[in-house]
Design a protein around this ligand. Sequence first.
Ligand SMILES: [Ca+2]
Length: 366
Amino acid sequence: MMYSLFSFSALAAIIALSSCESDPVNQVTLPENLQISALVSETGLAEITAQADLTNFYTATVWTGTDSIQFQEASGNFSWQLPAPGTYAYRVRAHTTATDFIEKSDSLTWFVDTSHSGSFPSTGYSTPTSYPGYTLVWSDEFSGNALSADWVYDIGTGNSGWGNNELQYYTDQNVRVQQGVLEITAKKEPFNTSQYTSTRIKTQGQKSWKYGRIDIRAAMPQGQGIWPALWMLGDAFSSVGWPHCGEIDIMEMIGGQGNNDRTTHGTAHWFNNGHASHTGSKTIPSGTLADKFHVYSIIWNAQSITWLLDDQVYNTLSIGDAQFSAFHEPFFFIFNVAVGGNWPGSPNSSTSFPQSMYVDYVRVFQ
Ligand SMILES: [Ca+2]
């Protein structure tokens, strides 16, 4: 809306005129030239800026559905943490007095990126939801906004850093499910006696499988001392312990420069008069395993375990011999991002935090 703007002389004339009236006329001087703008950060902090001439103070109103919240500031700068992503109508008034103002309205939007082009890769290899001769018996596509009841947590520092002198404290906080992916984030932050936090989830006691094709589409974190893993332990872990229970590491990466950030390791551990293991590794030609999604797979049957990266076989272990009895029992999943430990060594000044592993899906076909 527009108000007449009085020049000084016109105003003086009116004042002079009004002085002749018997009823005093309140002369209103209104602000001029109101400009408003708004910015919303990725985290939903809204900052509204208003500027006008001849203004004593500003008020702003932001509508949240049928409710609204009001602010008053002398400066014309308002900030407010939005309660949720979405578009909000707002109005700013520039005042000379509480009842004398000009106003403008607009809307602001807290935009959540759903294009997979934000903090995790938008591209990469993918695999089908069916294979000839197989049935999809279980999957987690991470399409909701929380972990399903199929997953439970390992919390704390474990025994001797989960047997590897790992440095992180596992919490149930360094994990989220959004935009179709599971995200596990290693952070550099003191917690109890640890200098790092992360999350380790598992299907132990919830879901386990014997044999099958398993596909896990994931994008890795990177850097010295970062140790993401997508792996399995035999259900017998709780009764016979490790390595008697058997372990199948579908993907492990020991982060760091050179080939480390672009190499996946596929390993089996078992008991054969002590700890026995077999590892194969695959290095992509360039870049890192953080640049794109890749699909880390095993094909596991009564005869063998075969490891694949993006459908390319790079490792096979025959498991027909009696020493491999553990691999003919059900296994559960463990997904985690460790920090430090015997294999990768500690992070150093080249390691940036936080570091996240993203899992788009895990599928079990039998
Ligand atoms: Ca997904």
